[in-house]
Design a protein around this ligand. Structure first.
Ligand SMILES: *[C@@H]1O[C@H](CO)[C@@H](O)[C@H](O)[C@H]1NC(C)=O
Ligand SMILES: [Zn+2]
Ligand SMILES: [Zn+2]
Length: 463
C-alpha cells in the first residue's frame, strides 16, 4: 500500500497537471480573435428605377440583386445583418471602399457620394455598436470617379467627419483630411495603417506625374520606422492592391508607384503581418517576398459584396456571388490564422425570397495549412505549381462559386501560368520572365544576360 505522503503527492501532481492544461488552453484561446473584412458594396440607389449600374440590357433584378447590376440596398443591409448573426464579437472591421455604384459621373456629385458613404456607415454602426471600423476610400468613393487629388478637397474632409469615431485623434484626422490615410492602434495592440492607394491607380489622371502625392509614402515610411522601434506588428489596409490582377494581368498602379510601394513594404516585411485590399472583386491572395527571397508579407484581396459583372466591347468577366469575409487572427502578433469566406447564393436567394448566406470555405482546410502566415501562403503557392486540383479550388473561389465548373475548365495552361506567376511576381519584368519560363515562346529570354544562369535549365526544357 502507498503511504499517505505518496498518495497526496500523486494527488497534487494530477491537480497541478490539470491546472497547467487549463491555463495553457485558455491562454492559447485568448490569443485568437476575429475581424471582418468587407469591400466593394457599390450600392446602386437606382437599382429599382433607372438601373444605372446594370451592364446587361434586360437584367432580371431579383430582390437581392442581379449578376449584371450593383447592389440594391436590401443586399447591403442583409449582408451587414448576416455579419452580425454569424459573428458579432469581433475586434474590429476592415472596410476597403468602393461604395458608390458603377454609374456615370453625370448622375452623381459630391453630395451623392457622401450620402452613400453615410448610409453604409450608419448601418455598420447600428449592427456593430462600439466596434471600430477601419475604413479606407475606394476609387468609386469620389466625384468624378477615380480622380482623387493631391490637394485638399471637401470629400476628404467630409469622409474624415463621417469616420471620426473610428479614426480617433486630431493628428490622424489631419492626415485623413490631407489625403485619406491614417494609423490607429487596436485595443489588442496591433498597429493598423489605412492607406489611400487610389492616388496610385492608373485611372487617376491627377497624380500621374507626381512622386509622392499627398505625402503618403514619406508618412508611411515614418510610421513603419516608428512601429519597428516600438516593437509593434502592423496590418496594412487599402482599396487598390499593387501587383497584377490575374489572369487578366492588369497592373492597377502606375509603374513608379508600384515599385515604391513594394520597396517600402519589403523593407518592413519583418513587422508587417498582412495586407488587406479590395478593388479586384475577385477572391485572391499574393505573397510579397523579402529582398533576399523567401516569404515576406501575405496579401489578401477580399471578394466584393456587389455581384456586378464587368463588361465592355471586348471583355465580359465571370459572374460572382456577393461575399463577406471573417478573418481569424492571433491578437498577440497579428498573424492571420484563417479566412472564413461566406457568400450569398444570389440565384437561390432571389428564387426563395430569402437570403441564403453560407460558408464557402475555410482557407486552412481548403488549402491544407495550419494558419495563413507568410510561410503558409508560400507553401500553398508552391503546391499550386504541381497540384492541379488545389489550383482548381482557388479558381472556384476566385469567382465565389457563381460559375460552376465553367471558370475552372476555361482556365487553360496560359491562364494557370498567369495565376502562378501573379502570386509572387508583382513587376512587369519579373512577371514576364516567370510567364515565359512556363509557357515558352521567347528566345530573347534565353539570351538575357542576368537571367541566363537561373533560367538555363528551364529554357533547355522548353526548347
Ligand atoms: C445556388 O442556387 C442555385 C439554385 O438553387 C443552384 O442551382 C446552385 O447550385 C447553387 N450554387 C451553389 C454554389 O450552391
Ligand atoms: Zn469596386
Ligand atoms: Zn475599385
Amino acid at each position: 500500500m502507498l503511504d499517505h505522503a505518496t498518495r497526496s503527492r500523486m494527488y497534487y501532481g494530477w491537480i497541478k497537471l490539470f491546472c497547467i492544461l487549463v491555463l495553457y488552453s485558455t491562454s492559447a484561446g485568448a490569443q485568437e480573435g476575429y475581424f471582418w473584412h468587407i469591400t466593394d458594396y457599390h450600392y446602386d440607389t437606382t437599382y429599382w428605377s433607372e438601373m444605372r449600374s446594370c451592364n446587361d440590357e434586360v437584367p432580371v433584378r431579383g430582390i437581392y440583386g442581379d449578376y449584371w447590376c450593383d447592389s440594391p440596398w436590401r443586399l447591403v443591409l442583409d449582408s451587414i445583418n448576416a455579419m452580425a448573426d454569424i459573428e458579432r464579437d469581433v475586434d474590429f472591421i476592415l472596410w476597403t471602399g468602393d461604395n458608390v455604384a458603377h454609374i456615370a459621373d453625370q448622375y452623381t456629385n459630391e453630395t451623392y457620394v457622401v450620402h452613400i458613404l453615410s448610409s453604409i456607415t450608419d448601418a455598420l454602426k447600428t449592427a456593430f455598436p462600439g466596434v471600430k471600423v477601419y475604413a479606407t476610400m475606394g476609387n468609386h468613393d469620389w466625384y468624378p470617379s477615380d480622380q482623387l487629388p493631391d490637394t485638399p478637397h471637401l470629400l476628404y474632409n467630409a469622409t474624415a467627419e463621417l469616420w471620426e469615431d473610428w479614426i480617433g485623434d486630431a493628428e490622424q484626422m489631419a492626415n485623413f483630411r490631407k489625403g485619406a490615410y491614417y494609423t490607429v492602434k487596436t485595443a489588442q495592440g496591433l498597429r493598423i495603417i489605412g492607406l489611400n492607394t487610389n492616388i496610385y491607380y492608373t485611372s487617376d489622371k491627377l497624380t500621374a506625374a507626381l512622386t509622392d502625392p499627398v505625402g503618403q509614402f514619406a508618412w508611411l515610411e515614418a510610421v513603419l520606422k516608428n512601429a519597428k522601434v516600438a516593437g509593434e506588428k502592423v496590418l496594412m489596409t487599402a482599396h487598390v492592391p499593387p501587383g497584377f490582377h490575374v489572369p487578366e494581368k492588369v497592373q492597377w498602379f502606375y509603374n513608379h508607384y508600384n515599385t515604391r510601394f513594394l520597396d517600402i513594404s519589403r523593407t518592413y516585411s519583418d513587422i508587417i503581418v498582412g495586407m488587406f485590399f479590395g478593388h479586384n472583386h475577385a477572391d485572391a491572395f499574393k505573397l510579397l517576398q523579402m529582398s533576399g527571397g523567401g516569404p515576406g508579407v501575405p496579401m489578401f484581396m477580399a471578394p466584393s459584396l456587389t455581384p456586378w459583372r464587368y463588361k465592355n466591347d471586348d471583355v465580359t468577366s465571370d459572374p460572382h456571388n456577393p461575399a463577406i469575409r471573417l478573418i481569424k487572427y492571433n491578437q498577440q502578433n497579428g498573424v492571420p490564422l484563417d479566412i472564413h469566406q461566406y457568400y450569398m447564393n444570389l440565384t437561390a436567394s432571389n428564387r426563395n425570397n430569402a437570403s441564403d448566406w453560407k460558408l464557402e470555405y475555410k482557407a486552412t482546410e481548403a488549402y491544407g495549412q495550419s494558419d495563413l502566415s507568410a510561410v503558409s501562403i508560400d507553401n500553398i503557392i508552391q503546391a499550386f505549381k504541381t497540384d492541379k486540383s488545389l489550383l482548381d479550388q482557388y479558381i472556384r473561389h476566385h469567382s465565389v462559386l457563381a460559375n460552376g465548373e465553367t471558370t475552372v475548365n476555361a482556365c487553360d495552361e496560359k491562364c494557370r501560368a498567369e495565376l502562378n506567376c501573379g502570386f509572387i511576381h508583382m513587376t512587369e519584368g519579373s512577371f514576364d520572365s516567370c510567364y515565359t519560363a512556363i509557357v515558352g515562346g521567347s528566345t530573347r529570354l534565353c539570351s538575357s544576360s542576368l537571367l541566363i544562369v537561373m533560367l538555363a535549365t528551364m529554357c533547355y526544357t522548353v526548347y
